[in-house]
Ligand binder design. Sequence first.
Ligand code: WTA
Length: 634
Amino acid sequence: MAKTSKKEMEGEVYYPSEQVVTQARVKDWEALASKAEKDLEGFWEAEASELEWYKKWDKVLDRSNPPFFKWFVGARTNIVHNAIDRHLKTHRKNQLALIWESEDGKEERTFSYYAMNREVSRMANVIKSMGVKKGDRVTIYMGRIPEIAFAMLACAKIGAIHSVVFGGFSVDALQGRIDDSQSKLVITMDRSFNNGKVIPLKQTVDEALKRCPTVENVIVVKRVDEDIPMEAGRDHWYHDLLTLPIANGKCPTEELDAEDPLYILYTSGSTGKPKAILHTHGGYMVGTYATLKYVFDVQDEDRYWCAADPGWVTGHSYIVYGPLINGTTSFMFEGGPTYPYPNRWWQCIEKYGITILYTAPTAIRGLMRFGEAWPNKHDLSSLRLLGSVGEPINPEAWKWYHRVIGKEKCPIMDTWWQTETGMFMITPTPTVPLKPGSGTRPFFGQTAEIVDEEGKPVEDGNEGYLVLKNPWPSMLRTIYGDDERYVKQYWTKNPGKYTTGDSAKRDKDGYYWIIGRVDDVIKVSGHRLGTAEVESALVSHSAVAEAAAIGLPHEMKGQGIHCFVILRSGVAPSAELAEELRQHVAHSMGAIARPEEVKIIDKLPKTRSGKIMRRVLKARAQGLPEGDVSTLEE
Ligand code: WTA
């Protein structure tokens, strides 16, 4: 890409090369954007028409009861029909859907679309035989192995609602999510691997289930050849179940309404416990299909790698559903980027000829630290597109990714979106001129705005709250079981608009620059965690009376968790206790939530009504002005 500016644009601009333009599906971004702007429903109807439906819609978008929007009203479908079934009628049947490699590189498994259908059908038949029906919730708690995708798709195939809990979460986080979803079945594995460490997933399930009365059965996929305790009647080895006649490779895909629920995914928001974001079959299917198609421009020849974890929304939309619906060949890697050496990813790219790599800024920063020699040892010439997600990417990391990994020929798709949006919302497509650190402009059919405290648009260049103006097909439909909270959380502060919870700026070229969350969400290495969860983990310790958690900038992780605790009377403060509290949070929530530090203090800044002023804690910790403290008690 040439670095010289063509059109007068502000700041540093990277233009697409001739080759990128020649290859790209969308050559004229402006034309498609303006078409979608003029006819939102027409745009999405055309996308939906590229997929197969048992019965087509009577209406594309029902806006009669906002913010409870409905998409493809009256249509009959099942996302699995488009992710798998429809490919079996074409050349894709024999094409690879999934390539998997184990952390140690000793195992490799591949699945054609035909094989995906067989494996998903077998799992679907097994879970059906356990009495799981349409609408039932199933919790999936696994590492990065093909069976996590089979489990999700098997649920979807029979109309059950999956609830995947990230395999890096621990007992309390898992227990809370199983309990809230009232799952009947848990699908897990004995152990998983992460950066050379063994994670005892089944043991965590056992601990969590002591407090989860709704769970009747646990399916355990064997990953390691070791014995683990199994509870008779409740726990079943998956490989044993597969020997039963019921586990055959044919299972009809349940015909569903477009608006039937597909999954819930718990995510942290402002205050309180995590919210179950609900996505549906029809709209989510169209949204993930179209965004992946346009943004990563997937083609039959591609080998696409989204290095996220299936346990987060990025994995749901862009490891499992989006790629399969597009008929893509995906690569899934069990391990992390730096174990045993910092060339693990580059090895995989070279070995499998990966053409598209989609990852998070934290991974890039982590790899950058080890220097250029590691990637330079490998042939990365197969790459043609790169992607970034999860948090703002600092220009330094962007440029390293672009130069060292992409060899200055791969545009970087910096995709801004959320668990709630289900699909990319602010993102370039490959031919859009790029500015390091900006996700460029909203996706086709979307309009964003930056508003002030009163909801009035601010002038370009000024910071404000990011809101979205138009409905989109893969939008969350509600917070499962809590419509009121859905309305309050997203649609009340700026009536008629979706409040994202992020602050941002727009420059004079209309490019958006995300600054970060404005609520109590902390993004640790791109993982979304809530201060409330960390605080409740802390107060569950017998020494703690009160706790506050905040996110502070962290060089590698983006943000790190910092905690302040007041001890119960009679408990003596000590460095050992502070350390014990750090470990306590890691044990109850998961290692990703281990605080950088726990400070024992005597007093927390609170409002007169007793709310902790985290804003003040944050300012004090960074030596910044405390802002308006007129509501501070004392
Ligand atoms: C942040 C992850 C800047 C943002 C898909 C958002 C980003 C939150 C980007 C959602 C990006 C995500 N640039 N910030 N490209 N992508 N974010 O639900 O703060 O885990 O609100 O979804 O991540 O996190 P979630």
